[in-house]
Design a protein around this ligand. Structure first.
Ligand SMILES: *Cc1c(COP(=O)(O)O)cnc(C)c1O
Length: 432
């Protein structure tokens, strides 16, 4: 039933995370409550780092994609683990800079960065700005000139790989709003333009083929396509790209049925491909960046709710209503994502009924999931939804003017608040 080894059932029959009783957490901090396990976050960071050390001689780095879960404490942990950071907005960058995240390890993504964002990125002297399109390239060159700066950039390239994942999060193919296409010469044109610019230095190439991908082959194919592009650039311009960013997208286990590959296997296969292709094309082996988001934050988190009404509609379904929903976890509403749920205070009982877990918003689509196995629950029980560490807090909204939950970090049997619960006063703070 349980998904990760940091989740256990304690002597009281309660679900525990990182050695902390979740029923106690709900009592102490209230619900809904996001709980993140620091040990699990650090473990994932180290696994990525080790796999780069083992298979690619340490000539690379993992950048945590902060959009998965971004707050000051997460940035501190990522910095402490020696990883880099991806940001996609002024808010994520501001959060990172507020805890003195080393700017040279930050990459700034996005398909439509504003001038304000580009200026801020230049002020911060980031490692790379990952340029998405020609308009952005021209703007950046101009702004950098005005500011007396030189912008280190990468280009986002669409390698034309279709990863087998949800259509909405499939971004490697030509019909995508992200990046420059290879097929029609758009990417090559941008490279040549950048090489001719005074205020821009081309540092590398980037691709990101999608998210929640289980199959390693698309990643390997993308690496191959990118290396061939590097060879083409070298042939046409004499310039050899030294850094290759292969993006993120590693799948995680949300339900019992899912079986993601080990990160180790990913790095092993991708490294082999890079080494072989470089030898065949007579290229230097590039420095490699990978950008895991979900796989670092996702399995580390759970969300705790309190059960309100339990509505049994005979012959139809049983609705278990909770005190949160799409405002703290919109992923079912967005993608029909699947989750596992456990009654935290009855975690040792069998999950012998099938329920639909419903949120409290004025939307019929406000569900955490349909037809989920669950223990017999009653009003007042604590419900835990598992593997919610990524794309939950970061996608939270204020629909129905519902305040965002608090976030608690657990570590070695202790807990600490890392994001305060919002209050109704917080919600009217910007109202005039
Ligand atoms: C979202 C994103 C990632 C992280 O994706 P995950 O599926 O969370 O690993 C990495 N790089 C870029 C450019 C992204 O947009």
């Amino acid at each position: 039933m349980l998904l990760t080894n940091n989740l256990t059932v304690n002597e009281q029959g309660h679900l525990a995370i990182g050695g902390v009783d979740t029923v106690e957490l709900a009592r102490e901090y209230g619900t809904p409550l996001y709980v993140m396990d620091e040990g699990r976050i650090r473990l994932a960071c180290r696994q990525f780092k080790q796999s780069i050390d083992n298979y690619y001689g340490g000539r690379g780095i993992a950048h945590y994609a902060s959009k998965a879960f971004c707050c000051k404490e997460m940035c501190r942990i990522i910095a402490d683990e020696g990883l880099g950071l991806d940001v996609v907005s002024i808010g994520e960058l501001y959060t990172a800079m507020s805890v003195n995240f080393p700017p040279e390890r930050i990459g700034f993504h996005g398909n439509n960065k504003t001038e304000e964002e580009l200026r801020y990125a230049l002020e911060c002297s980031l490692g790379h700005i990952i340029v998405d399109n020609l308009t952005e390239l021209e703007t950046l060159d101009r702004i950098a000139g005005e500011m007396g700066k030189n912008a280190r950039i990468m280009f986002r390239v669409k390698p034309g790989i279709e990863a087998h994942t949800h259509e909405f999060i499939m971004t490697g193919q030509i019909d995508s709003k992200f990046g420059l296409a290879l097929e029609n010469g758009e990417a090559m044109g941008a490279v040549k333009r950048a090489l001719a610019m005074k205020n821009v230095t081309l540092g590398g190439l980037h691709c990101h083929i999608g998210s929640q991908i289980f199959d390693i082959d698309p990643f390997v194919m993308a690496a191959d396509v990118m290396l061939h592009f590097i060879a083409d650039i070298k042939e046409q311009t004499g310039y050899e790209v030294e850094e290759l960013n292969l993006g993120g997208g590693f799948g995680i286990k949300y339900t019992e049925q899912e079986n993601p590959s080990a990160y180790d296997l990913y790095m092993q296969k991708v490294s082999d491909k890079v080494k072989n292709t470089c030898a065949a094309l007579k290229l230097k082996q590039p420095y490699i960046v990978i950008e895991p988001g979900r796989s670092i934050a996702g399995p580390a988190g759970i969300t705790l709710y309190q059960v309100g009404s339990v509505k049994k509609i005979p012959g139809v379904r049983t609705y278990v209503s909770i005190d949160g929903g799409m405002t703290d976890n919109p992923r079912y509403a967005l993608y029909q994502s699947r989750y596992e749920a456990v009654c935290a205070n009855k975690a040792d009982a069998p999950r012998d009924q099938t329920v639909t877990i419903a949120g409290k918003c004025c939307e019929s689509g406000d569900l955490i999931g349909k037809d989920m196995p669950l223990q017999q629950v009653e009003p007042g029980d604590i419900l835990a939804v598992l593997a919610t560490g990524a794309y939950n807090y970061s996608m939270a909204s204020h629909y129905n003017r519902i305040p965002n939950p608090a976030v608690v970090m657990v570590k070695d049997g202790t807990s600490r608040l890392i994001i305060k619960r919002e209050t109704p006063e917080d919600l009217i703070r910007c109202d005039l």
